[in-house]
Design a protein around this ligand. Structure first.
Ligand code: ATP
Ligand code: MG
Length: 564
């Protein structure tokens, strides 16, 4: 059984063609440009990681693995305004959870400030950088635009000696923020605006979470990043498409700083998902307005949220592999992520009985105090998961929707006079039902046929419907939370005023569900299939031993089909 299920997948993997990054890497190795592969994941510690970052992490880690190379974790913390230590811890945990093993290679870009400063001095000495007194506004004006070439700064031709003196003074705190900057001396007429003497160091009298008040000048991203890569002997610096126009500057920095065997930058398209919210600004507002209960609310797609919802690292990896690597921006349907978690859990998880919307079923001809212990398989498609004991008795809970007073055609579940199979137990025939004043069904009555016990080899007659159940006496009451997407792109993601057009049904809380006793002692992150109702995972924040809380990860069925 297992083999049959695994074989096609393995086959598919082998025939998948190489992505364009792999082809570039193989060419570099063949040409002797590099003799090893070293990649990195360089987040700014300014927020929680999301599914897009997961793609970058698994891509970089996967490439290092594939080519027998190494993968570094590096916090790009050169910007003193935004970094927060709490994010460092959450990011590390997320990367480790995804299985991207950086071993002992955890780095902080701020630890390279001395080396970056040396590089700046080196460029000044080469006549490749100058201190400029223009204001930010003037620099912008001088820069020109796509159609107008830039104008050279009047400070561009300062002598090396003067530049060295002024840059030292910048470092020593002689100047206010914005009073002076260090700029690369490249080409004000370049067609690429990034090459028009970009600013590489600025004065900022700010404390840094790592270096404290040691520095009052900080390197700009486009200068710092290539140096960080070069210091760590990164070979392939993989980033997203918006940096494509910055690549000439990246190359300029590593070349002019004269790094040996410098890294090269390769860009790929960001991963976007439909029907989810990823923008930090929006999530912050959802958290502040109490619409979601934090960055890890199961309706979000931060890695913490996916983990809390019950997604596995394997399912995220499958998703990222299916999406592939491309040079063109596009959005992927959230349903594809759901497909991946279903595929991953299908053979791994036990299929339990849980009643989400309970109504009592009383078997009138079953002995009053008797309880039977029935043995049911945990997963009909995977025998290796074994079996378990499920208690059975006179009073059961069934799903409200599994009974109808007046059934439509092709309804094969319980209705007066109809016989169904109780999964793993007996055939029962509905005899009557009770209603309350509001006309709501409160109890369904039936009789059972002892001859029909599951596993007894009974072949006397067949029934068309099988329903699941939980014995009332031994049931454990739990809370279940069902989710829908928080926004629906077909209905418009944003309102006219730019706020999110929220789906009012994104969360349904079912406070009184019943599960079989085998689920009484669950712990955070345990997950199961609830027969017919979907995959569920124990909530890591709100679940207690007295009242477990289950998040629905995903329902069982979908119209989603894998793209060809
Ligand atoms: P965001 O603003 O959404 O948090 P970011 O690019 O500012 O994204 P960084 O911390 O700077 O986040 O990025 C860390 C790494 O993750 C970078 O290499 C970046 O290119 C990559 N990355 C970020 N978003 C995505 C995405 N949607 N798809 C793939 N890679 C991404
Ligand atoms: Mg960022």
């Amino acid at each position: 059984m297992e083999e049959k299920n695994l074989a096609p997948e393995t086959e598919a993997k082998e025939t998948v063609s190489k992505n364009f990054i792999e082809m570039e890497i193989e060419k570099d190795l063949a040409d002797g440009v590099y003799d090893h592969v070293q990649t990195r994941f360089p987040p700014e510690p300014n927020g929680y990681l999301h599914i897009g970052h997961a793609k970058s992490i698994l891509l970089n880690y996967g490439l290092a693995q594939k080519y027998g190379g190494k993968f570094n974790m590096r916090f790009d913390d050169t910007n003193p305004t935004k970094e927060k230590i709490e994010f460092v811890e959450s990011i590390k945990a997320d990367v480790q959870w995804l299985g991207a093993d950086f071993e002992d290679r955890l780095f902080f870009a701020s630890n390279y400030f001395d080396k970056m400063y040396e590089c700046a001095v080196f460029l000044i000495k080469k006549g490749k950088a100058f201190v400029c007194d223009l204001s930010a506004e003037e620099i912008r004006q001088y820069r020109g635009d796509f159609t107008t070439p830039g104008k050279e700064s009047p400070y561009r031709n300062r002598s090396v000696e003067e530049n060295l003196k002024l840059f030292t003074e910048m470092k020593e705190g002689k100047y206010q923020d914005g009073e002076k900057v260090l700029r690369a001396k490249i080409d004000m007429a370049s067609a690429n605006i990034n090459m028009r003497d970009p600013v590489i160091y600025r004065v900022a009298h700010m404390s840094h979470h790592n270096t404290g008040d040691k520095w009052c000048i900080y390197p700009m991203y486009d200068f710092a990043h290539p140096i960080e890569d070069a210091i760590e002997h990164i070979t392939h610096s993989i980033c997203t498409l918006e940096f494509e126009d910055h690549r000439p500057l990246y190359d300029w920095v590593v070349r002019e700083c004269e790094f040996e065997n410098p890294p090269r930058q390769i860009e790929f398209a960001k991963l976007y998902l439909t029907n989810v919210v990823t923008g930090k600004r929006y999530i912050k507002k959802l958290v502040e307005d109490g619409i979601v209960d934090g960055w890890d609310d199961p309706r979000l797609v931060s890695i913490a949220a996916l983990r809390r919802r019950g997604y596995t690292p394997e399912s995220i990896k499958m998703f990222v592999d299916l999406v592939g690597v491309s040079k063109a921006n596009s959005s992927v349907d959230y349903a594809m992520l759901e497909y991946c978690i279903r595929e991953d859990l299908k053979l791994k998880k036990s299929r339990m009985m849980a009643i989400l919307d309970p109504v009592k079923l009383v078997i009138d001809n079953y002995p009053e105090d008797e309880m039977e212990e029935l043995v049911v398989p945990n997963n009909l498609e995977n025998e290796e998961l074994g079996s378990r004991v499920v208690p059975f008795g006179k009073e059961l809970y069934i799903e409200r929707e599994d009974f109808m007073e007046e059934p439509p055609k092709k309804y094969f579940r319980l209705f007066p006079g109809n016989e169904v199979r109780l999964f793993g137990a007996y055939f029962v025939t509905c005899t009557s039902y009770e209603k309350d004043e509001d006309g709501r069904v409160t109890v369904v009555h039936c009789t059972y046929d002892p001859e029909t016990k599951s596993g007894s080899g009974f072949t006397g007659r067949k029934v068309k419907g099988t329903i699941h159940w939980v014995a009332a006496k031994t049931a454990k009451e739990v809370e279940c939370r069902l989710y829908e997407n928080i926004v629906d792109e077909e209905k418009g993601k944003l309102n006219a005023d730019g706020t999110l057009n929220l789906n009012p049904n994104s969360l349904t809380i079912l406070p009184s569900c019943f599960v079989e006793p085998a689920l009484a002692d669950v712990k955070a992150y345990d997950s199961f299939q609830f027969m017919r109702n979907g995959y569920f995972c124990v909530d890591c924040k709100d679940s207690t031993p007295e009242k477990p809380v289950f998040n629905r990860i995903v329902s069982l069925k979908s119209s989603f089909r894998l793209p060809k």
